[in-house]
Ligand binder design. Structure first.
Ligand code: ATP
Length: 307
């Protein structure tokens, strides 16, 4: 993506986005609802025309690709198949209209585990099966680049794990895999690299772990029967802390930005007994909220808990 921009009237859906997606790993494309992920993917696929900038595949715009299906496969919306067509007929039609040999149809059906239901009408498929059929279609041309737009939405846990593993396998084969999601927790399990956007703008382009490390609050949770003395000792050392809600073990302190070594040393120096000294890490979703901050178009409470 090079300065990729898309405006719909007054709305700037994608705002001067520049990033590169590399082969061999799964790249997560993360952002809250409305951040511009789908619009970006549609521009990569030539379905929307950029207002400015360009989305290039190996240096070439989608429209200039000689054999698009052999270069890029996409899973955008699983429900667009003809309901009365069988899975196999649907793929045969796709293959025929793209100059792909019919023998490839059985291969992709096997790859996604649909061989046994190949003759059944796609209209009767569960979401998980429809998703597999969409994936089979994306793989027909054996493309080097694959795009997935929110592929796990609505899937059951088994379906989620299956598609996650499948995407990782495709990347391990050396393909370029870009997968969008609004859930950081899901991306942390699926992707190695993360491109994060908010309100169409690039927020972060880094390995998943770096993103989490940068955003999440590292700290120490400490419990003690002499909590008052510990608070005094920490204050004397100029170390900030806050009280954490009491659990079964009693009241605790959270010492942000400190290590267990430091807090343990302060306690030891002052002869304070500790019942717990544990390193804490902020949750992934906290990290996401923190970094997308003002860029979140709809806040979590409006979205019923989902970002
Ligand atoms: N065809 C269109 N006409 C007008 N506005 C649009 C159009 N398509 C998208 N938008 C707007 O562009 C912004 C980005 O939308 P987009 O669907 O790309 O976001 P997204 O990150 O994919 O979110 P979601 O996960 O909710 O689909 C939103 O404000 C949306 O309302």
């Amino acid at each position: 993506m090079r300065g990729l921009t898309k405006r719909f009237g007054d709305v700037t859906a994608v705002d001067d986005l520049t990033f590169t997606v590399r082969p061999g790993i799964v790249t997560g494309f993360l952002g809250p609802n409305g951040a511009g992920k789908s619009t970006t993917m549609r521009m990569i696929l030539g379905l929307d025309r950029p207002t400015a900038g360009a989305a290039l595949i190996d240096g070439t715009p989608y429209h200039d690709l000689k054999q698009p299906l052999r270069t890029v496969g996409a899973l955008l919306d699983a429900k667009w198949v003809h309901p009365n067509r069988s899975a196999k007929a649907h793929l045969q039609w796709m293959a025929a209209s793209n100059g792909i040999p019919g023998t490839r149809v059985d291969e992709v059906l096997r790859l996604v585990g649909l061989s046994e239901v190949a003759g059944k009408k796609a209209g009767g498929f569960s979401l998980g099966m429809a998703q597999r059929l969409g994936l089979a279609g994306a793989l027909l041309g054996d493309p080097k680049v694959l795009l997935f737009d929110e592929p796990v939405n609505g899937l059951d846990p088994e379906g989620i794990v299956w598609i996650r593993k499948f995407m990782q396998r495709l990347a391990a084969e050396g393909r370029t895999v870009l997968v969008s999601s609004h859930l950081l927790s899901e991306m942390a399990l699926t992707a190695e690299h993360l491109v994060v956007i908010g309100r169409g703008r690039l927020i972060s382009d880094s390995p998943v772990q770096d993103f989490v490390d940068r955003a999440s609050e590292a700290g120490v949770r400490v419990r003690s029967p002499q909590l008052g003395a510990l608070q005094e000792a920490l204050t004397a050392k100029g170390i900030a802390f806050r009280e954490d809600g009491a659990d079964a073990g009693g009241a605790a302190l959270i010492v942000a930005g400190a290590t267990t070594d430091v807090v343990g040393q302060v306690a030891g120096d002052n002869g304070i007994v500790l019942h717990e000294l544990s390193a804490q890490r902020g949750s992934l979703e906290d990290a996401f909220m923190k970094l997308t901050g003002d860029d979140v178009q709809y806040h979590a409470d409006v979205m019923g808990g989902a970002l």
